[in-house]
Design a protein around this ligand. Structure first.
Ligand code: DON
Length: 295
C-alpha cells in the first residue's frame, strides 16, 4: 500500500518494484555491480515517468493503471543493457496510452499491530521562513514542488513538465512515500523518510535490502545508498559507498558523484505468528538525530 497522487512515491515504488520483479536481484547480491546497475536504471526510468506524467489528479489525468501494469513495466526495461549505462537523453518517458530536503517521517505501531506511516513536509528548511502571527506555525514553500517551467529544475534538481505545472487550486507533486508492506494481509513493514527526490529511492532500496537481500532492518537502513533521478544524468552515492563499486559503475558509463546523506529512513518490522503479534523491531536511521522508542 502506498500513498496516491499527488504523492509520486507510491506509484514510483510500484514501478520500481515491478521493474525488478522478473530479475534475479537477490542472487546478484547486495551492492554487487549488477544489482546497483539494475536498480540505477530502474530509478532512472521511474523518474522519467514522474517528470512526464505525475501531478495532481484533480487537474491532470495520471495514467496510474498503465504506469503500474506489468506489461508496461516489462516494456519499460526493453532497452536495459546489463553492464552498460543508458544515457538519460535516450530514456524518454514511457509510451503510455492515457486510456486506460524540510520533512519529517514517523513510523508507528501498537501492540495490536495497528500501524501508521506518515510523512509531513514544509519543503525547504523552515519552509518559507514565515511564522503565522499569533498561530505559531511556519508557512511552507511547497510551490517549489511544482515545475515552474519545462526543463527547469526545482531545489531538489527534479524537472517536470505540463503535468505538474502551476495552476490555481492544483496541488504540487510530492515525492513523499509513506509505505506499509503487508504480508499475509497483516502489516509487515512500515517505512518512510524525508529527503526530497531521494525519498522514493531510499524507500525502494531499504525495501529491496530487506525483502530481496535478506538484510536486517538496521543494515537495510544504514547501508550506503545511491540515487538516480533521470536528470541530472548522474549516479549519486553516499560517501561510504564502496570505492571499488564506484569504479565499476564508472567503467559501465555512469557519471558517479558523491553527495551528502540520502534519506533518513525509519523502519518498523512486525513479526506475526498466525494472528498473534510476536515482536516489533524499530530502526531509526544513523544519518540524523532520529531515534526509535517504545512505550
Ligand atoms: O513533498 C516533497 O517531495 C518535498 N516537499 C519533500 C522535501 C523534503 O523531503 C526535504 N527534506 N529533506
Amino acid at each position: 500500500m502506498g500513498m496516491p497522487m499527488p504523492r509520486s512515491g507510491g506509484l514510483s515504488m510500484e514501478e520500481m518494484m515491478k521493474m525488478i520483479e522478473d530479475k534475479e536481484i537477490a542472487k546478484m547480491g547486495f551492492h554487487s555491480k549488477e544489482a546497483v546497475q539494475l536498480m540505477t536504471e530502474v530509478e532512472r526510468r521511474a523518474y522519467a515517468d514522474r517528470a512526464e506524467f505525475m501531478g495532481d489528479q484533480d487537474f491532470v489525468k495520471v495514467p496510474v493503471k498503465t504506469l503500474s501494469s506489468a506489461k508496461y513495466l516489462k516494456s519499460r526495461m526493453n532497452d536495459f543493457i546489463p553492464g552498460k549505462a543508458t544515457p538519460s537523453e535516450t530514456v524518454q518517458p514511457g509510451n503510455v496510452n492515457p486510456e486506460s530536503e524540510e520533512t519529517t517521517h514517523l513510523s508507528v505501531a501498537d501492540q495490536y499491530g495497528n500501524v501508521v506511516s506518515v510523512t509531513t513536509t514544509l519543503n525547504g528548511g523552515y519552509g518559507s521562513k514565515t511564522v503565522v502571527g499569533g498561530a505559531g506555525f511556519l508557512m511552507n514553500n511547497e510551490m517549489d514542488d511544482f515545475s515552474v517551467k519545462p526543463g527547469v529544475a526545482n531545489m531538489y534538481g527534479a524537472v517536470g513538465k505540463e503535468a505538474n505545472a502551476i495552476q490555481a487550486g492544483k496541488r504540487m507533486l510530492s515525492s513523499m512515500t509513506p509505505t506499509v508492506v503487508l504480508k499475509d494481509n497483516k502489516p509487515f513493514l512500515v517505512v518512510g523518510t524525508p529527503g526530497g527526490t531521494t525519498i522514493p529511492t531510499s524507500v525502494f532500496q531499504t525495501l529491496v535490502n530487506i525483502l530481496e537481500f535478506g538484510q536486517s532492518p538496521l543494515d537495510a537502513v544504514n547501508n550506503p545508498k545511491f540515487h538516480h533521478q533521470w536528470l541530472p544524468d548522474q549516479l549519486m552515492v553516499e560517501k561510504d559507498f564502496s570505492a571499488e563499486l564506484k569504479a565499476e559503475m564508472e567503467k559501465m558509463g555512469y557519471k558517479v558523484v558523491n553527495r551528502g546523506q540520502i534519506g533518513r529512513t525509519e523502519v518498523i518490522k512486525l513479526d506475526w505468528k498466525g494472528k498473534k503479534l510476536q515482536s516489533i523491531e524499530a530502526v531509526a536511521d544513523k544519518r540524523g538525530d532520529d531515534h526509535a522508542s517504545a512505550y
